[in-house]
Every structure is written in C-alpha cells, then in structure tokens.
Design a protein around this ligand. Structure first.
Ligand SMILES: NC(=O)c1ccc[n+]([C@@H]2O[C@H](COP(=O)([O-])OP(=O)(O)OC[C@H]3O[C@@H](n4cnc5c(N)ncnc54)[C@H](OP(=O)(O)O)[C@@H]3O)[C@@H](O)[C@H]2O)c1
Length: 384
C-alpha cells in the first residue's frame, strides 16, 4: 500500500524537492494534502501533476482562486481551508513551511500522522519540549530533514546514546566566511543570498549568512537528540560535503557525506528505516577533493553565540530569538535593517520581552505573535 504524504509548504524549496522525490517513487507514495502560502500558480501546477486528495492555500485572498481552479479543472482534488489541513490523516507529514508560521500546523498535525519529516527547524526552537512530549504521547517518530540533523540521525546508528561524546554540526560558513565585521558593513541582499554551496529559500539563506541558521540548528539538535549544549559543537566546513558528525567516547568520529541536494535527506526521511536506490544523488568520489574545517568566528557572527545563550536560557528567550530574527531577516531583505545590525536587533528585543514561561501551544503561539508584532513595530519605527 502507498504511504500517504502531507506537505506543508509544498511550493517552497523543500516542498518542491519533496514532490520531486515522490515523483521518482510514485509506486510507493501518494500525495494526500499539499498546502502553499501564496504561490497559487505553482500550487495549481502541483495539483495537476500530483492529484492530491486535498489542496490548500494560507493566503485568504488566494482561496477563491484556488476554489475556482479546482471547480473548473478535471482533477479530483478537494479544497480544504488552511486551518483544517493539520487534521488530514496521513502516514508522513513533511513540515516545510518557513519560519514561525510552521509551528501551529506542524504541532496540530501530530495527532494525524505517524511520522514527522521535519524541515521547519523553527518549530523545534520555539516548542521543542512540547513537540517531543506530544510525539511520545501520539507515537509519532520524527525524522529530521535538515541535512545536519539528518546526518546525525544516520551517524547515531553507529553507537549507543550513552556512548556519544559530542555532536558536531557542520556549517558551510555561508557567503561571508572569512569576512570581518567591517567587511560586512555594506553587504547587499544579493551578496547575502549568494550561498556558495546550497540553493534554498531566502530566509534560511540569510540565516546561513549570519550563522543564525547554525544557531537555530544547535537548539534543534538539543531537542531532537536530547544532547546538552556543551556537547553540541559547530565546525565551519566550506565544502559542505560532510553534513555533520558524531564523536563517540572512544574517540571515533562518524560522519555522513553526500551531495548538497536536499532530496538526499528527504529521500532518507521518506524511506527510513530502509535505504533505497537513488542513483541521481550519488556523490562523485572519483578524483581528489578536499575537506577542511575551521572554528566559527563568534565575534563577527554574533547570532551563533546568541543562539547558544538562548538555548541554555528560557523558552521565552528562544521564542524571542526566533521571532526577532525572522522579523530582522525580513527587514534586511526589504532594505530596512543592515546586515550587521541583525544580532543587535535581536539582543534589543531579548531585553524588551518579559519572561512568560509559556507551556501550552496556545501560550507559545501568543508569545511568538507578541514578539513578532513588537519587532515589526520596531523595524517600522526606523530606529534600526
Ligand atoms: N531549503 C533548504 O534547503 C532547507 C534546508 C534545511 C532546512 N530548511 C528549513 O525548511 C523550511 C522551509 O525552507 P525553504 O527554504 O523550503 O523555504 P521557502 O523556499 O521560502 O518555502 C517556504 C514555504 O512556506 C510557505 N509559507 C510561507 N509563509 C507561509 C505562511 N504564513 N503560511 C503557510 N505557508 C507559508 C511558502 O509558500 P508560498 O511560496 O506559496 O508563499 C513555501 O511553500 C525552513 O524552516 C528552513 O529552515 C530548508
């Protein structure tokens, strides 16, 4: 029987790669539900190609267009309001919405799926404990799609949990590896989006340039693998061939290598615990290639130490880190904040939000909304 897959964020970089993997394995997977943000044209193409049982769009202005399209087309796909999408039963949910908008559908889908293929790292950053405990209650397994965590998931098969010494997350270093703070004073959006090794959505690409992406991944790793922050290291590895490593107590370091194509971890997340042939993702091991490793520059890229600090701090601080960063990245993309002021903006927001100790999903979402609203007001005030 085919496995039913729901995709949140089907029109994004991870969403389209996920559909590519499903297309290559149509005899094993069927698309039950796809949900987009606003990109109605791509969503229509995906509906025509994959005939999902349900399709949805989050942007309410686009809803009538989607309904009209579904009425007039010959496909059998039904419209479903975005708020109802998490309740569509399925075998595998791919969580690939970008940013804090991904949390609510990811969380609410946990009682309607068997496996969470998690790309939306922001969910783990803002609600790691709640997601873990709910997955336990609902017997849902999380398979990370983020390439670093996917690599660690694989490397952890080489030993027992109590034999792990350190998790070592690799970072490409982004487009500004080796630059100083003064070099970065006037960088443009185009410079920041020019990632040397990965092709991704704009938010994660800017996060890679500031190293906040690695910071969010450190927190994600803490929750996914139950590892203390002092045992999660970051190494800059500009070739992006090793996707991450696990160091065991006997000194052995196990790494996972592969091409820089997110279809590889998505394929793993769909097929786990099996491995299936995927000739197009083979890494070319012929000839010579280099692997180099460097310490991250925590003075220039202040978002990374900030993320460690919030990781070890309160849940409120992680929600502020995540929300303020998201607003700052949008501000940078819209020319309202300079690249170097992103960490300063986040620090400022951390000082301005009182600790709330949210426990339920409603409390977490409310705090996240409050942070984003305050951060947006700050950006619009022009102070930054
Ligand atoms: N891209 C990668 O290689 C990569 C690697 C590891 C982890 N991740 C993580 O995966 C997630 C997605 O990244 P991405 O690069 O695929 O992002 P992306 O290309 O920007 O795509 C984001 C997706 O989210 C949808 N979306 C945006 N805002 C939404 C909202 N308010 N409600 C519902 N849907 C919304 C977009 O819809 P529309 O386009 O239709 O508006 C799109 O489908 C992020 O959390 C990222 O950190 C990505």
């Amino acid at each position: 029987m085919k496995k039913k897959v729901n995709i949140f964020g089907s029109t994004g970089s991870i969403g389209t790669s996920s559909l590519n993997v499903i297309e290559e394995n149509q005899e094993l997977f069927s698309v039950e539900m796809i949900a987009a943000g606003s990109n109605i044209e791509l969503l229509k193409k995906q509906i025509n190609q994959f005939s999902p049982v349900f399709a949805s769009i989050q942007n309410q202005e686009m809803e009538p267009l989607l309904k009209d399209f579904l009425k007039s087309s010959s496909c059998s796909t039904s419209f479903i309001p975005f708020s109802e999408t998490p309740y569509v039963d399925n075998d595998i949910t791919i969580s690939a919405i970008v940013g804090s908008a991904g949390l609510e559908p990811t969380f609410r889908s946990l009682s309607h799926t068997r496996r969470l293929a998690l790309a939306n790292k922001e969910s783990m950053v803002t609600a790691g404990d709640l997601i873990n405990s709910t997955c336990k209650e609902q017997d849902v397994e999380i398979i990370p799609v983020d390439s670093e965590h996917n690599a660690i998931h694989q490397c952890l098969k080489a030993g027992r949990y109590d034999e792990v010494h350190n998790l070592i997350l690799t970072a490409s270093g982004g487009p500004f590896f080796g630059k100083s703070t003064s070099d970065l004073e006037f960088v443009t959006v185009e410079d920041a989006l020019n990632h040397p090794t990965w092709s991704m959505g704009s938010k994660i690409t800017v996060d890679s340039a500031t190293l906040m992406n690695k910071g969010l991944e450190v927190i994600e790793a803490h929750y996914l693998f139950d590892m203390p922050y002092d045992n999660i290291q970051v190494k800059v590895h500009p070739q992006s061939i090793i996707h991450s490593m696990v160091e065991y107590i006997d000194g052995s370091i196990i790494s996972q290598m592969g091409v820089t194509d997110m279809k590889l971890p998505i394929h793993y997340a769909l097929f786990f615990p099996k491995r299936m042939h995927a000739p197009s993702y083979m890494f070319d091991t012929k000839g010579s290639f280099e692997l180099s490793f460097h310490e991250p520059d925590m003075d220039t890229f202040k978002c990374l130490p900030l993320a460690y600090q919030c990781g070890k701090g309160s849940l409120t601080s992680r929600i502020v880190l995540n929300g303020a960063n998201e607003v700052a990245v949008n501000g940078f993309l819209n020319g309202k904040i300079s690249f170097n002021r992103v960490p300063e903006f986040i620090e400022n927001m951390l000082d301005r939000i009182d600790n709330k100790d949210p426990e339920t999903i409603e409390e977490i979402l409310a705090l996240s909304d409050e942070v984003m609203a305050k951060a947006i007001a700050e950006v619009n005030s022009g102070t930054f």
